[in-house]
Design a protein. Structure first.
Length: 266
């Protein structure tokens, strides 16, 4: 009986972490409703997770989100993946080609988590630390990843997005994001024009595995005055770099992977 109780508590705790991975924050009551556990049990489990650093409510008391222990665990998992081992070689070349900051992000719920970053040689650069999380709806890495998903999987993520506004340029509606995804597929790379940082412009492209599935995305980011005049050139270089990394993972652009959106311009 004790083993069964421990397994049940573990399952419920994992359900809580899974739920928080898909939302930007939730109260104890919202967590209880989502995982179908009583408030008292949820409170006890959340408190235990808080003590271990897997959840916290720092900055907004009573609203829980994933804590530093969960971030470390996720980062350790993705850094052991093939893409984390293969991509840096190509991203260093991308820095040389663009002389701007370069990022590699992987999906986590409705956000992207940066697992590699090279700020490039510029004195004034766009900042973002390894382990930082960014919303999909207003970042080039997020929009690139969404554009590469099969429609049904994209729909599931889009239905969970909270369109938080970060700047006057942030996309804040589903209709606007749908249109931006359409343009991303058409041009072969995504763009972010001051949507999360008003002074920056970014472009991104998805990385695919041997089954044609997007598993990560890369981006080049810089101050708008430098990037904007070069955006088409940089976007094309980002797209070709993402395809080169994808090929190393076993992706073949000549194969029609059923249900996958176009990732790069052919």
């Amino acid at each position: 009986m004790r083993d069964q109780a421990a397994a049940s508590a573990l399952d419920r705790s994992l359900s809580i972490l899974d739920f928080l991975a898909t939302t930007r924050g939730a109260t104890t009551g919202e967590i209880a409703a989502a995982v179908r556990v009583s408030r008292s049990t949820t409170y006890r489990l959340v408190e235990r997770l808080r003590q271990r650093g897997y959840v916290d409510d720092i900055g907004h008391a009573g609203v829980w989100h994933l804590g530093p222990a969960a971030a470390r665990l996720a980062l350790a998992a993705v850094q052991s993946s093939d893409v984390a081992q293969i991509a840096p070689e190509y991203l260093r070349m991308l820095v040389q080609q663009t002389r701007e900051s370069v990022n590699l992000g992987v999906p986590r719920g409705t956000e992207m988590v940066f697992i590699y970053r090279d700020k490039g040689p510029q004195t004034v650069a766009v900042h973002g630390d390894v382990g930082a999380r960014r919303p999909m709806h207003c970042t080039s890495v997020g929009k690139a990843y969404l554009a590469a998903l099969p429609e049904d999987e994209r729909e599931r993520i889009l239905s969970k997005i909270v369109y938080h506004r970060f700047t006057p340029h942030t996309i804040t509606t589903r209709e606007a994001l749908d249109e931006e995804i359409r343009r991303t597929i058409e041009r072969g790379w995504s763009e972010d024009h001051g949507e999360i940082d008003p002074s920056s412009t970014c472009c991104g492209a998805a990385i695919r595995d041997n089954m044609g599935r997007p598993v990560a995305a890369i981006s080049v980011a810089g101050v708008t005055d430098r990037i904007s005049p070069e955006l088409s050139r940089i976007g094309a270089v980002v797209a070709s770099t993402a395809e080169a990394i994808s090929r190393r993972l076993g992706y073949d652009p000549a194969i029609n992977y059923s249900g996958q959106a176009a990732g790069t311009r052919k």
